[in-house]
Design a protein around this ligand. Sequence first.
Ligand code: ZN
Length: 210
Amino acid sequence: MINLMPFVLGPLENNSFLLVDENSGESMVVDPSFDAEPILTTIQERRLSVKAILLTHAHFDHIAGIPYLAAFLPQPLTIGLSSGDAAIYSNSGGAERYGFHIGELPKITLPLFHKQLLSLGTETIEVREVPGHTPGHVLFYVPSLQSALCGDLIFYRSVGRTDLPGGDFNTLVHSIRTQVFSLPPETILYPGHGPSTTVADEMSQNPFLT
Ligand SMILES: [Zn+2]
């Protein structure tokens, strides 16, 4: 079975995650932000192998921990991102514009695409393309946990900003309606910032979507 471990990291209080298959000791890191030491410590203390670092999108606060993790984890490191966000990634996620420096990023080696199924131990993670916040934004749906890691697509009672390069509000709302609201209503949504929520709650109470 998969265990989901959340970490709140960095100056923008990002939700970063470690997905652990308890049987095999395989893990995946999702959206590692600044100050990723607690993730590395958990990996090392529990002697986990890291199958991949998965990115919902390439904004700097969701990728800032990659150079740190890459310095300590066995190589080569598998980095998963949609090709739609490759340009943002190669621009360090816009870090310089906000006065941050995040170091050299490894190449993307796992191009993510819609309906792709990733395996972690014997469990499956489904990739869904959800553009709008960025052109190549994806979410990771973990059926066995009845959970989805949504990045900056949807938040508790709010939605992702669409005023950054490549953002589009109508596209974002369409992504939520087709790819999030089609998940089972009890599905727990873990955003990139702030508290978790559920599909049913946001369908009925999100002021941007009701
Ligand atoms: Zn973002």
